[in-house]
Ligand binder design. Sequence first.
Ligand SMILES: [Zn+2]
Length: 1028
Amino acid sequence: MAVALAVAASLLPFFYHLLVLSASGWLYAGAAYIAYNTSGSLVPGKINVHLVPHSHDDVGWLKTIDQYYVGSNNSIQGACIQNVLDSVVEALLADKNRKFIYVEMAFFHRWWRQQSDTTKKAVRGLVSSGQLEFINGGWCMHDEAAVHYIDMIDQTTLGHQFLKQEFGQVPRIAWQIDPFGHSAVQAYLLGAEVGFDALYFSRIDYQDRQKRKDTKSLEVVWRGSKTLGSSVDIFTGIFPKDYEPPPGGFYFEVNDESPVIQDDPLLFDYNVQERVDDFVAAALSQANITRTNHIMFTMGTDFKYQYATSWFRQMDKFIHYVNKDARINVLYSTPSIYTDAKHAANEAWPLKLDDFFPYADRANAYWTGYFTSRPALKAYIRILSSYYLAARQLEFLKRGSYGHTTNSLAEALAIAQHHDAITGTEKQHVADDYAKRLAIGYTEAAKLVESTLTSLTESHSNSGHDGDDALAAKFEQCPLLNISYCPASESEIKDGRSLVVLVYNSLGWRREDIIRIPVISDAILVTDHEGKIIKSQLLPINNASLSLRKTYVQAYVGSSPSVTPKYWLAFPVTVESLGFSTYFIRSAETRGTHAFMSIVDSSQGMKNSTKEIEQGNLKLQFNHDGKLSFYFNKKSLVKTSIEQTYSYYVGNNGSDIDPQASGAYVFRPNGKFPIESDKVPLTIIEGPLLHEVHQQINSWIHQITRLYKTNEHVEVEFIIGPIPTNDGIGKEVVTQFTTTMDTRKTFYSDSNGRDFIKRIRDHRSDWNLQVNQPVAGNYYPINLGMFIEDDKTELSVLVDRAVGGTSLVDGQVELMLHRRLLHDDSRGVAENLDEKICIDTKCEGLIIQGKLYFRVDPLGEGAQWRRSTGQKIYSPLLIAFSEEHGGNWSNSHATTFSMMDHSYSLPDNVALITLQEVQDGNVLVRFAHMYEVGEGKNLSEMAYVDLKKMFPGKKILKIVEMNLSANQERQQMEKKKLKWQVESSPSAETVVRGGLVDPTELVIELGPMEIRTFVLNFNNTYSHLPHR
Ligand SMILES: [Zn+2]
């Protein structure tokens, strides 16, 4: 009463009112326990507000994943996932009507293994009652622009397998609320083909959003694949604003400012009616732009529910009082309940095709910079993605157990797909954390690979050993081969010994290729497993590569390499599908006789004349300035003028009227400048296997253009950096391929390495685009490549990692390769994208090395090259080294191997994208048809995979077709999946899909663009794997 007595005279009438309210039994009666009625259920005919309590937990961003989990490093951001999960479980147990969704298995898995049996039992109860629902359920909420579809599948599968094993749960909903734009592959592959009934997210272009609000078309049926048509339709909900609570003050974390419901009449500031009115107003406002009488309130945001009761207490009261008020109906819900309600409404929805790229949240803020940000991390993830694919194949082929697995690589890769990981939008220390996890994962997987190769190379008489036999070969690999560092091949080859080079092919096709390794001697020769001398070529290693090697090896390994290789040794290899071949490098008595020493001509650029180089069917011409000018294919007779140039954009520093700077997320250029010197000196290196043209474009860009005898395309290797910033200007470096083709504003870019989507400059198919950023607003994410075409020819460019790309003028392809920026773009990361490499305390801007591949084809003939070469770029040959003593390796070791029947290889239009042992002797396999309808002349046809020939010597006892993430049988999934109606469908469609697999024939059919997933059960008493 002390407070009441001290109350100001003007408040007395209010105090009196409280006393009157507590009618029975003196002063404390009004403070009685209130049993809130939280049992809201759907009410037909009313607006139903689905409260969806959630926490958006980034798997690393401003802090590392583990810092977020344990709640350390809170000076950066107060966030602790343990608090979230602990307190949510408690809050759910306190009221059976409360619900919560959880998304990121990387966090949940960390928490789960630390729980007591009692807690686990209670949580299992919450899951089976539907109070706690897992949605999305991948290891992270993957990005959708810079990720490869194989990685999206793998990381989703990892989470889904965990949920299946621990809870028997199959998530129903895709929840991609934060990624910065949305891909067609997400909708049709990681949505519909996973078996999800709906997909929800928030980030779409601000102009698109406005139009959708105006036309009540924020909720659509998305048909992401031209080829698979309505069979992959998925209901898609776009939030009206973002993934936070609606406007009007509904944030209830402990320190949030929104007014809580004060419903104790004995206390001051009683506000039930005001808050009920606020809530009803927010609901009506959202209902005005939404079809049906169901709306969703996303109750949460980043790293919330650290004290869950704080949120649930308020939501309990809203449900209680708003339902009492009875104008609208409120309930605890989940996206599944919401989706079912939408479905039950039996509406026809607007149809959405293609994708939601690029994303802009304001006029000058196109989130197209992150397509390229942190190009080295993007490349590292891509390299390890394919290594993981190969390592799982070898894990399947291993004999015996070595204790090494691919598990830690699987988890590191899964985390790296997060929308603040591969995107490059994390703080530097977090990027370092991802790289560290990947390196640890690689090291573990490499041991598995090496042990498996040891066991596979043991000859029949030796087989049965587990790999630690003293005679067994020891293999090592060279993860830094891309920067010319390979200790195994750089050692001196002494008399009587030779370097054994084992080359493994993870593709389902026989492969001919040219490999390159650094060597120190020119007196060497290469033989195959039969002792036949192989034609090889020595190429000098240029200074730019050597200097990159010196700095980066020291940075990565901690010490400078003791020797410096002089040459690249290049030689052709032939490797069977899912198999290996062995080559030997021996010392030769004379130099230059067996390994051809390349002819080096560095004078050409000095003369005022054009220069041609020719290898196989291709001829390139460089003009008198030293620039690429002409392309000619003798076989296809395609001739075209083509120029390749470099430019940089000045990153906007945010000092004009609109303070938006170019940064990790946003690309906002402020002028474009060509990178040119009058004359680019050329060094031409020629030999029987390949030609190279070396060009120093400027003091920080070096390029090698290569023509291989075995390839009908041009390979461009670039070294870019450090990008100079001593002028105070951040720069974003691009290269352009320019032709005279009349491409009519049109170009094609891939969706996550899979379908190609037509893009038209300054145009969007869903609304009338207002062009504010003519450059940044025309950038699209590229994972596989881009192409342009006119009525005669098509130019394709393929990439070795995710980048951004566009076509800003007809006839041109532009790709952004590197960015170094000096300002933050104010989207939360609060750091400049200014990557550096340091040795001790000396730091300099990051140098990027990478490759592009291009080719010009007659119109309609480029697809085959894009698809098959794209697959080879994704899955390079795996090279391992050993040493031979005394020249008898071939007698004591298997030198060639193929898992498949020697007469068999996969069809040209099919890729094996997963071969992996799972539990209980089961094996997971996925096949991908690589062509869209109408894309490849004879390749867009039904394809057939003969499993008996793929796995000879093994008997397949059982085959079950699964959904994409392999957590349910395909037929079950088809049966359960909700079907949606669309307002108007394009003309009649024919979707071709493979039929059921006959368990005796064991032939798998694949229609265009189909990916089919199977679990095979073998009799594990196989005789032996076939050697040849
Ligand atoms: Zn996020």
